[in-house]
Design a protein around this ligand. Structure first.
Ligand code: SF4
Length: 257
């Protein structure tokens, strides 16, 4: 039994072989420095929002952080309800829930969960600047698993659940946060249950084959592979560079079949 999350489902969907290297073999390389800076900013912002919900001092997190202060204040201006909760609602930051399906356990962690008697709202802070299309976001495993997980672990019906992404970091320091609300439904709930079962059945089969010494499938060589940190391990021999490997590919292309 694996403990799966939206990130692991996305990884499995994007490339099963990468899932093998990163998760089964724990070979994940550290993120690039530029990515690490964004991750650090995002982690600090999430901590800030949690501290604010718990009414703890924010000074240590905001001092000398002009961009973060601006993003924090703009978000609360755009949604004053965040700091002055309705008395009829329960607010929970970094709220964790777990459920099991298809022989695996799943964990979701909500940045903020707002619960009322007949409706529940999941809020998620995104710290990359540009909102992506709502349609893309609705199909993202985060949206699917987060909504599914709440219905699976509560009394709420699917149409009483919604998820709102807040993009808190604009393109420049003066831009305003933008939100993308997504509604859930019974139809989506059933569809996602079927998708999860399909994924876990496939994963179970791959895991059995992996135990017998067979690697998980690669994806077709393309842009995703070009950006992959496991390129040499996966596509070439360990130690071989991308440049060396691309020469091999060209040679193969000239073979007449
Ligand atoms: S190089 Fe391509 S197939 Fe191999 S792990 Fe990376 S993304 Fe997957």
């Amino acid at each position: 039994m694996l403990r799966l999350s939206q990130g692991l489902l996305s990884l499995l969907e994007s490339c099963p072989r990468k899932f093998q290297y990163s998760i089964l073999e724990q070979l994940a390389p550290p993120p690039a420095e530029s990515l690490q800076n964004s991750l650090d900013w995002g982690n600090r912002f999430h901590l800030l929002m949690q501290q604010a919900q718990l009414q703890l001092p924010l000074g240590p997190l905001l001092n000398g952080q002009a961009a973060m202060r601006q993003a924090f204040e703009a978000l609360h201006q755009a949604n004053p309800q965040l700091l002055t909760p309705s008395p009829s609602a329960q607010y929970d930051s970094e709220h964790l829930r777990s459920f099991s399906l298809g022989g695996h356990s799943f964990t979701v962690i909500y940045d903020l969960l707002i619960r009322e008697a007949n409706q529940a709202q999941i809020l998620d802070w995104k710290t990359y600047p540009k909102p992506i299309k709502a349609q893309t976001l609705a199909k993202d495993w985060q949206t699917k698993l987060y909504c599914f997980g709440l219905v699976a672990t509560s009394h709420y019906e699917p149409d009483q659940v919604s998820m709102t992404y807040w993009f808190v970091r604009g393109k420049d320091n003066n831009s305003q946060p933008e939100s993308l609300p997504i509604r859930y439904s019974q139809q989506k709930h059933e569809q996602i249950a079927a998708e999860i079962l399909e994924k876990t059945n496939q994963l179970n089969l791959w895991m059995e084959q992996y135990q017998e010494g067979q690697a998980l499938p690669q994806i077709q060589l393309g842009k995703t592979c070009d950006r992959c940190n496991f390129f040499n391990r996966c596509r070439g021999q360990i130690g071989q560079t991308k440049a060396e490997f691309s020469v091999d590919l060209e040679a193969i292309a000239e073979v007449s079949l």
